[in-house]
Design a protein around this ligand. Structure first.
Ligand code: PBG
Length: 328
């Protein structure tokens, strides 16, 4: 029915009508807030490339987690910087490792807040790769056992969900099996399934001191040019027992999010990564765009593409704005 019978603008004139026909909602319930734990006490060390985000000692991290919970953010995602790095990333699976301590502190302070943990080795290995290195190469199968140990140690410390981000083949199955054997049959896995070898992780690697010391991550993370392969990766993770699958980064991969959502009947998470955050923050600071509106627009777009959950460093800012009824 063409113009003049149909006039799409009829539904755009009145703010309340616009609100009623809005197709996508962004709710605080959809957000996951990432936090970085460091050893020490009373530490709040700002991360230069991620304005507003800090490396936090466990006592401070518990306070921030409490803040987030107070804003009704349902979940945090924990990362850690170890005291010392070694070739096999041993602090990743140490009982008193930094993330294990942070999990306990958050659970002691706010038992109801969901604690999700990133399961990977790159913050903990001296070479900065996500797996065991032999002969200058990242070896898949010897890494699986270490990842599974890491996941179990997180569950033992009280994590509600584990999120493997390493991109080794078969790691979801290995983690599922090991969690089950250890009595954690009920602990869900949110798999970083379609994780791309992206330049948008730059600020995170500075924050987490996890840049690879030689080469890059292209031998295990996905080629940004590939989307069909993402479907295959997600399918494998679903078959191996992933409860939630993730696409990462988010904004440059909205097509992948949409395809994954269309193809699989399981919850999809999208990680709006450090570089996406840094871009909006930087342009906002320069006065080149309206930071608040750009943030809400970006997060809404990620939801519109099909993400059920959005991991974002903007979680607190967005929660504040959504509370006031803001829309993009
Ligand atoms: C660990 C990991 C990374 C991110 C999340 N988990 C870094 C990487 O793969 O190099 C990136 C998150 C972000 O950029 O916000 N493997």
């Amino acid at each position: 029915m063409p113009y003049p019978v149909f006039r799409p603008r009829r539904l755009r004139e009145l703010p309340l009508l616009r609100k009623m026909v809005r197709e996508t909602t962004l709710r605080v319930d959809d957000l996951i807030y990432p936090l970085f734990a460091v050893h020490g006490r009373g530490i709040r060390e700002p991360i230069p490339s991620m304005p507003g985000q800090c490396r936090l000692s466990v006592d401070e991290l518990a306070k921030d987690a409490k803040d987030a919970a107070g804003m009704m953010i349902p979940a945090v995602l924990l990362f850690g910087l170890p005291k010392a790095k070694d070739p096999r990333g041993s602090e990743a699976y140490a009982e008193d490792g930094i993330v294990q301590q942070a999990i306990r502190a958050v659970k002691d302070t706010i038992p109801d807040l969901l604690v999700i943990t990133d399961v990977c080795l790159c913050q903990y290995t001296s070479h900065g790769h996500c797996g065991v290195v032999e002969d200058g190469r990242v070896k898949n199968d010897p890494t699986l056992d270490l990842l599974a140990r890491t996941a179990v140690s997180h569950a033992e410390a009280g994590a509600d969900m584990v999120a493997p981000s390493d991109m080794m083949d078969g790691r979801v199955a290995a983690i599922r099996e090991t969690l089950d054997e250890a009595g954690f049959q009920e602990t869900p896995i949110m798999a970083y399934s379609a994780k791309y070898a992206s330049s948008f992780y730059g600020p995170f690697r500075e924050a987490a001191e996890s840049a690879p010391q030689f080469g890059d991550r292209r031998a295990y993370q996905m080629d940004p040019a590939n989307a069909i392969e993402a479907i295959r990766e997600v399918g494998l993770d679903v078959d191996e027992g992933a409860d939630i699958v993730m696409v990462k980064p988010a904004l440059p991969y909205l097509d992948v999010i949409a395809r994954v959502k269309g193809e699989f009947g399981i919850p999809v998470a999208a990680y709006s990564v450090s570089g996406e955050y840094a871009m909006i923050k930087a342009a906002g600071r320069l006065g080149w765009l309206d930071e608040e509106r750009a943030m809400l627009e970006a997060l809404t777009a990620i939801r519109r593409a099909g993400a059920d959950l959005v991991i974002t460093y903007f979680a607190k800012d967005a929660a504040r704005l959504l509370e006031r009824g803001a829309t993009p």
